[in-house]
Design a protein around this ligand. Structure first.
Ligand code: 0CG
Ligand code: SF4
Length: 316
């Protein structure tokens, strides 16, 4: 029986960003340098396939520093950690490597600088996400006020409306964040913001590519994990940009083929923590069922790379 034709729009850029690439390399290089086990505080990046692969090589993933023995190295995840974490590792004389993405560290430095200048900080982000916890944890408890929605802006209680600054999580929706910033500026005209967005280049580019193809797609799949903020934002951006069926899938086996019956086009992208092998797995699953024509939708070219910390570049 002949297969139905399907145009598969493939977003570019998609998948791994420079911060994820670096964080995974840090774990691999730490395992080479120090041998197993190497401890990792929190999933190094939010992807089960990546984490399982590193676990097979000897990484041990834990949620708390207190679950790490003092005599083994520990790596902090790409999402960043509160200041108290490296301080505690140093107090316990542990070897630690910080895999926080440099673009998250930049936000940490910004928050500290504003606070040093006497400004109270507002963070736009999602409660409970490790990046939000890490960024808020750059300043003493209670110093950073969290705002998640435009409605939250109305309720926020500040010390002095003249002395305020904001930072954001790096993986938010560009458009939703613009609305929150507009609400902040309307209520606090003196508020100071980042020179350029805190939302990172990878988040921005992946959302742009999704916007460019969403209207042409009968359905859209984002390869990524349910706990991956940037991946979940891509699903939302796809739906908002006009694709009525926009879903997250971790693996090909999670695709709901019933829901895709009768489609003639599909959009595929991947969150910043999703490896390309999983994208290929999903494409192959479509090839099994359809006569697929792939069209790449390229809206940006990325050439960002981050160096791993010096301790890993030096011989043991
Ligand atoms: O998108 P978030 O911040 O949840 O993280 P993920 O690990 O999915 O990807 C980029 C990083 C770090
Ligand atoms: Fe860094 Fe952005 Fe990647 Fe997060 S999504 S690790 S901030 S480049």
């Amino acid at each position: 029986m002949s297969k139905p034709p399907l145009t598969l729009y493939l977003a570019a850029p998609r998948g791994f960003c420079a911060g994820v690439d670096r964080a995974i390399k840090i774990v691999e290089m730490a395992l080479e340098k120090w041998g197993a086990p190497v401890y990792v505080r929190h999933e190094i990046v939010h992807n089960k396939f990546v984490v399982d692969g590193l676990r097979d090589k000897g990484a041990v993933f834990v949620e708390e520093l207190e679950d790490c023995p003092e005599d083994r190295p520990v790596i902090f995840s790409a999402h960043g950690v509160p200041k108290a974490i490296p301080a505690e590792a140093a107090r316990r004389h542990m070897v630690y490597v910080d895999a926080t993405c440099p673009l998250v560290s930049k936000v940490h430095i910004e928050a500290q600088r504003h606070s040093d200048n006497g400004l109270q900080m507002i963070m736009i982000g999602h409660a409970g996400h490790p990046e939000t916890i890490g960024t808020m944890g750059q300043l003493p408890e209670g110093e950073v006020l969290l705002v998640e929605t435009p409605a939250d802006v109305a309720d926020v209680v500040v010390r002095d409306p003249q002395k305020l600054a904001y930072v954001t999580q790096t993986t938010l929706s560009i458009d939703d964040t613009a609305e929150i910033v507009a609400a902040l500026r309307a209520r606090f005209p003196a508020i100071v913001g980042p020179h350029k967005e805190d939302i990172c280049y990878a988040t921005t580019n992946r959302q742009e590519a999704v916007k460019a193809m969403a209207q042409n797609c009968d359905a859209m799949l984002v390869v990524g994990a349910p706990n991956s903020s940037n991946s979940r934002r891509l699903v939302e951006v796809g739906a908002k940009a006009g694709c009525s069926y926009s879903q997250l899938v971790q693996r090909a086996e999670n695709i709901d083929w019933r829901a895709l019956e009768g489609i003639s086009s599909i959009g595929i992208t991947a969150g910043a923590s999703a490896p390309e092998v999983l994208v290929n797995e999903v494409i192959d699953a479509f090839r099994d069922r359809f006569e697929v024509t792939v069209e790449t939708v390229q809206t940006a070219i990325e050439n960002v790379e981050f160096k791993v910390p010096r301790v890993l570049r030096e011989p043991a």
